[in-house]
Design a protein around this ligand. Structure first.
Ligand code: ZN
Ligand code: MN
Length: 502
């Protein structure tokens, strides 16, 4: 395992003498999907808006302005804390985290210090035993900062639209031992926040951001390293991956050369994942936390917690498990978990179907993931606005499974359903009937005739069959044509082989 990691990470393998295991912890910030900001009524849908158009005295940090906590943001933080198996602080208390920066106009950020909403949680990730999850240290609620832009004239421009948007911070214990584990966790967490509807987690909009701490443990050592390197401002999962690999390479090299690594904070240079020194952290930043006196603590009752608990949907890992039990492969189930649009459509059909046999479920996945997906993509439609009704798709799949129509014709039916996009008057059955696509008993008789005909008309192809058995596909195509697309290609191939003695 460690050897594999070294091959994956090392740039100049032969230079490294020792083997190392990375020790990684994560800090994730997620913007909460709320109509208004955390402590004022400004709209939090600021993406793409003119700078400084979503501001008021509260989020602009004017003295005397009074913050009022956003109830929805508090509830959503409890939802996430529950999803991450956390202990809860039902008394919600806010604190001031003091530091100066142009994007923090008050001189402090309203956050939570000693009483985070969630603490001591856990999340199981693929490849790790249930008894060995990633431990979650805390889940707390705070406000986002403004956005500084350093322009070419050495000036700093500040846009306060983002200032005060509700933000959840999740901190893990340093429990990751490989890049893959970190990426699996980041993806699962992103799925969870989408499932429980606390954020759209769109990275390109800055709705989910990462910071990590990473150090290397020498082979055979049991104690954690005596240093850690923090990397801030990582805007996407792909950059996160590159940063970890870069740091493993950089730190291995320094350790091999006999250097002692120092505690430091590094920034990301660009999308390549290269990190640069920012400031040495010999002294931990002293934020002089103290209680936010403008917001009295509120206690969330047991009844309210129970109501939140009861409103929780099925979580990604649970859905994954259920799909695997229904007969999907882990890989296919993961596709549906990751792509919520596709997954929710699949789920909606499953919900209204009486048939959940493995055959039906596999066929349903196949039709959604290949044919329907392709047809929608071509028309720039998503699954949620495809308007292909559950009963129509179900009927189509049952016709295919019962071999009542051919695969070729089934595709044509689906195309017509997508084309109509819900406005058509015809359902699956009507399209099949109107186009005379049903494979009747008579067809079996005529297939025999068509097979004979196709063989007679293509003697040269028949000759090459001994050398090139694949040429039978050509004959299948000819029979399909003769049958007007009604025949079942699998049956046609069987009939051909029988007749040709293959
Ligand atoms: Zn405001
Ligand atoms: Mn934070």
């Amino acid at each position: 395992m460690i050897k594999f990691l070294r091959y994956q990470y090392a740039f100049k393998l032969n230079k490294y003498i020792q083997m190392y295991t990375p020790v990684i912890g994560l800090e994730i910030h997620v913007q909460v999907k709320t109509k208004s900001k955390m402590f004022c009524s400004c709209s939090s849908e600021y993406f793409g808006a003119e700078p400084n158009t979503h501001i008021c005295p509260v989020c602009f940090g004017l003295s005397g302005a009074l913050p009022v906590p956003n109830r929805v943001a508090v509830e959503k933080t409890f939802r996430l804390a529950l999803a991450l198996n956390c202990q809860l602080n039902q008394k919600v208390k806010f604190d001031r985290k003091n530091y100066f920066y142009p994007d923090i106009p008050k001189g402090y950020q309203i956050s939570q210090f000693d009483m985070p909403i969630g603490f001591e949680g856990s999340l199981v990730i693929p490849g790790r035993d249930e008894s060995d999850p990633i431990r979650i240290q805390r889940v707390h609620l705070e406000e986002d900062t403004a956005k500084s832009t350093h322009d070419k004239d050495d000036e700093t421009l500040v846009d306060f639209n983002k200032s005060g948007v509700a933000l959840i911070e999740i901190v893990t214990k340093p429990d990751f031992r490989s890049t893959k584990e970190v990426l699996d966790f980041a993806k699962r967490l992103r799925q969870i926040v989408k499932y429980i509807d606390i954020s759209d987690a769109e990275m390109q909009k800055g709705q989910m951001r990462f910071e990590l701490n990473i150090s290397l443990q020498k082979e055979g050592e049991t104690e954690l390293p005596d240093y850690k390197v923090e990397v801030k401002n990582i805007g996407s999962i792909s950059v996160l991956e590159k940063v970890i690999n870069f740091e493993i390479g950089r730190q291995s090299k320094l350790l091999d050369e006999g250097n002692k690594l120092k505690q430091e904070t590094r920034g990301v240079k660009d999308m390549s994942g290269v990190t640069l020194e920012q400031r040495s952290k010999e002294f931990a930043a002293d934020y002089r936390y103290f209680p936010e006196q403008d917001i009295p603590p509120v206690t969330i009752s047991d009844a309210e917690i129970n109501a939140i608990r009861e409103s929780m949907p099925e979580l990604p890992a649970e859905r994954l498990e259920r799909y695997i039990e229904l007969g999907l492969t882990t890989e296919n189930a993961e596709i549906l978990i990751e792509d919520t649009d596709r997954g929710n459509y699949f789920e909606s059909i499953l919900e209204s179907s009486t048939d959940v046999s493995p055959d039906f479920v596999k066929e349903l996945f196949k039709w959604i993931n290949t044919d329907l997906s392709g047809l929608l993509q071509k028309r720039k439609l998503s699954f949620s606005n495809s308007n292909v009704k559950a009963e129509d798709l179900m009927e189509l799949i049952n016709l295919v499974l019962d071999k009542k129509i051919s695969g070729t014709n089934a595709k044509k039916v689906l195309e017509q359903l997508v084309e109509a996009n819900g406005s058509g008057n015809l359902n699956t059955w009507e399209i099949v009937e109107k186009n005379n696509m049903l494979q009747s008993e008579d067809l079996n008789v005529s297939i025999d005739e068509f097979v004979t005909q196709a063989i007679k008309q293509n003697p040269k192809v028949v000759e090459t069959l001994a050398k090139n058995p694949n040429a039978i596909k050509f004959l299948v195509g000819q029979v399909m044509k003769l049958s007007g697309g009604k025949a079942n290609p699998i049956e046609v191939e069987e009939a051909l082989k029988q007749k040709l003695g293959m």
